[in-house]
Ligand binder design. Sequence first.
Ligand code: SF4
Length: 220
Amino acid sequence: MGSEDLKVNVAFSFTKRLKFNERFLKLCESCKNYLNNGGCPRYSLPFRKVLDVNKNYILVGVKMNYLKVYPDRHPYILRSMRHSDWASLKFLNNVLSCIHNVLNGEKTFTFYAGNCRVCRVCTVPINNVCKKPKFRRVSPEAVQIDCEDISKRLFGVPLVWYKAGTGILPEYIVRVSVITSKKPLVGYKKIILKNLKRVKFIWSGIEYDKEVKYVKDQSH
Ligand code: SF4
């Protein structure tokens, strides 16, 4: 493994601009968990109205390379992919927790990457009732936020996916989230940057190196 394989790139940006793209609904439909989770579009789309009220956004992302531990052994490639997928979700959570700690006291609503995993069994698809609404996670894709646009703005790269059955991993994985607020939060830039530089990224006993950057947006 090269050192680049063990690097997490973290980026954030303050903006008033979000792009939307319906193609993310199609991507949701191809997920094997589609309609089995409160984060799925059918249940989460109403949360889009949050964006009518909260018009200040912090784009947050992590990018890391897939671990190429077993480059020529197909089953292990999938294991390596799962490792990287879970690690990237955990690292994004680390980043969001760090930013939320800094913003403590500010009223925000965050669109997290991926489906909602707060409860072992999600009850929303069963009876349309969320057991823990305060902790519910709504993915940006579910409200049609253009996640690829965010990836390009933060890291200059498009989103890429594993093509099932090929045994060939894409080069990297990007996870993005959007923190929304009524109030501009750009004043927190320095303290967020400082605190993010202290975050450790450890998964399965492996500590990843990190690079943290703030990306200036044209609307600021
Ligand atoms: S908090 Fe629990 S019930 Fe609500 S959407 Fe998440 S997993 Fe489902």
